[in-house]
Write a protein that binds this ligand. Structure first.
Ligand SMILES: [Zn+2]
Length: 247
């Protein structure tokens, strides 16, 4: 492999990570969110993440049904275990400025989004193994796909007192595994390719769990079931349409 190729893969994957930060930009304009808006934000994040998790599953299944399903079971087991451990942790240092309960939720959201980026980094690297043009296409698609994911992260962080700049930085952080994983996956395509459906299933399973365990119950505490359902429905449809359009 040429060094220039490796640098090329890294830079493009880094670009996809930076794009995630764009999702925080709407919060330049709104600072103080009321309780009703907080519920709406959670509902919006739920819908965006729910649709994103299904596209991860379909993508994984396209590579291999049983490995993707194995990934889902592993992801579900991992996240249930992790949640039990985080609950025992009194003050996760990184989110110390927030209340204990909200810090746990923020940590879960950023954690799961970061986790799913590992697989997307592998996807970028593997796709460059299939040629420059294909790799470029997958990178650009992922960069655009990362923007609503940054929005979903910001929608859970900003209403809980995190400034928009920090929300943007956490969003970018959540995508840093993309450049980090793209390079080894590009160099060792043969090794990483079989793991891709497991990783995609893992991320999809963990993300669906998070939506129903954390975000939807939170939304229902602050907004009516009717409003939450309307916002989730519209967000799912918007994300599905968006992912169809960038394909
Ligand atoms: Zn994603």
């Amino acid at each position: 492999m040429e060094t220039s190729n490796v640098a090329h893969v890294f830079l493009l994957a880094l670009l996809t990570a930076v794009a995630t930060g764009l999702g925080a930009l709407p919060f330049l304009f709104t600072k103080n969110l009321t309780r009703g808006w907080l519920g709406t934000s959670d509902a919006l994040a739920s819908g965006l993440m729910l649709a994103a998790s299904f596209s991860l599953l379909y993508e994984g299944i396209a590579y291999g049904l049983w490995r993707a399903l194995l990934g889902v079971i592993l992801g579900l087991g991992f996240i249930v275990l992790t949640r039990t451990l985080i609950q025992q942790d009194e003050h996760p240092a990184v989110f110390a400025s927030m209340g204990r309960f909200d810090a746990r939720k923020a940590l879960l959201v950023v954690g799961i989004m970061t986790l799913h980026s590992f697989t997307e980094g592998v996807a970028i690297g593997v796709s460059f193994g299939g040629g420059q043009a294909f790799g470029l296409f997958i990178s650009l698609a992922l960069a655009v796909h990362n923007i609503p994911e940054g929005l979903a992260i910001s929608l859970t962080l900003v209403p809980r007192g995190v400034g928009w700049v920090r929300a943007a930085l956490w969003s970018i952080f959540s995508s840093l595994p993309q450049p980090l994983m793209a390079v080894p996956a590009f160099l060792f395509v043969e090794l990483f390719n079989p793991l891709l459906p497991i990783g995609l299933g893992f991320a999809g399973g963990a993300m669906i769990w998070m939506v129903f365990s954390e975000l939807v119950p939170d939304a229902l505490e602050k907004a009516s079931a009717n409003l939450v359902a309307i916002v989730v429905t519209l967000a799912v449809v918007a994300m599905v349409a968006f992912q169809f359009l960038i394909r």
